[in-house]
Write a protein that binds this ligand. Sequence first.
Ligand code: FAD
Length: 274
Amino acid sequence: MKPEISIEFFPPQTPEGIEKLRKVRGELASLNPQFFSVTYGAGGSTRERTFAVVKEIAAEGFDAAPHLSCIGSTRESIREILAEYNEAGIKRIVALRGDLPSGMAETGEFRYANELVEFIRAETGNHFSLEVAAYPEWHPQARSPKDDLDAFVRKVKAGANSAITQYFYNADAYFHFVDEAKARGVDIPIIPGIMPIAGFTKLARFSDACGADIPRWMRKKFESFGDDSDSIRAFGLDVVTELCERLLKGGAPGLHFYCMNQSALTTEICRRLG
Ligand code: FAD
């Protein structure tokens, strides 16, 4: 059976960005993704823009999955958003806690993602298929790996249908996480999140912040390329394709691409994977 892929976008800020994303979507459509997901800005900052992109994707006939984060939100505001999505025919949501934007002190009426999953189930039953986040290298704020796994299991028990991981470059971390989750009775698919590598400096900074490890051998090699972007791209494509091959061979049920609103790298990786 062919593994399913899904692809993530962020909602563009400008009319040019929206136009460019339409083109990118057209190119990525040839990969037959199971769904396109659209991120949601911290504290609801992209609420309208996320909804607009999601509606466009759905109107084009694709399965569109909005991300929805709950930190800083009230039950009433989440209820409104669920009603909007319900009305727009949306059937899948990526349910997250999110991070409080700097300067925003009010945590709102939800503390963790499991509370959002519970709330969505209580309000809308099984209307939405719910994806939650998983962290094979552990969430940066987790008190311990065990606490983080407990938190993940809580989200699953609250009614998640599937999970998407933070990106990582250590396949063993993913396999270890899946084994531990299974040992705790988790039987939903845990889809690896894949970050194609377009450049190194930004990726390194972002990875430090979100707790994704770039192994030393990769880091050193990228650093040795300096600003030779062709070599960075070529090496990045090789390592990410090999990672995907290993994950799929080892039983990963699919791949979720963080495409950063670009089509070339995701398309090339999928072409190489056949
Ligand atoms: P949770 O599962 O609630 O976990 C957050 C932290 O709290 C973890 O450290 C966990 O161990 C801990 N925790 C959980 N429950 C408890 C408890 N009861 N007591 C103590 N500690 C607890 N961010 C965005 O802003 N917008 C997006 O669109 C977005 N999309 C994402 C998509 C994916 C696939 C992933 C992996 C991440 C995404 N993020 C997004 C980032 C995410 O919002 C952050 O990683 C956030 O810090 C955690 O969200 P969560 O849903 O994993 O939180």
